[in-house]
Design a protein around this ligand. Structure first.
Ligand code: ZN
Length: 102
């Protein structure tokens, strides 16, 4: 896994990513809302933004993230569910690299 993806994964799991919601608490110049859809940008937005949902569904895994998020309420649970899904190309490296790209 690329070092930048490792750092991203660590920040995602530790809730240390500068998402709009988090970063807007420290600067009034940062919007807490997603620039694409206007909804609050937090970690779950990697799965629930309409752009992200389309990206996940167009991936080789054809994942409907709104269903995944309805069952799993945290990022680690969602990742664990994806890892246990039995899809042949899903592993930690591919998942975090995909999330980093989203
Ligand atoms: Zn969005």
């Amino acid at each position: 896994m690329a070092p930048r993806v490792q750092t991203f994964a660590w920040r995602l799991l530790r809730k240390a990513l500068p998402t709009g919601k988090r970063a807007s608490k420290f600067s009034k110049h940062i919007d807490e809302n997603c620039s694409r859809c206007g909804n609050t940008e937090d970690e779950m937005h990697f799965f629930l933004c309409p752009f992200s949902k389309a990206t996940w569904f167009c991936s080789p895994w054809f994942i409907k993230t709104e269903i995944l998020a309805a069952v799993n309420h945290s990022i680690p649970n969602m990742i664990q569910t994806l890892l246990n899904s039995g899809q042949p190309q899903i592993n930690l490296s591919n998942l975090y690299t995909f999330l980093w790209c989203v």
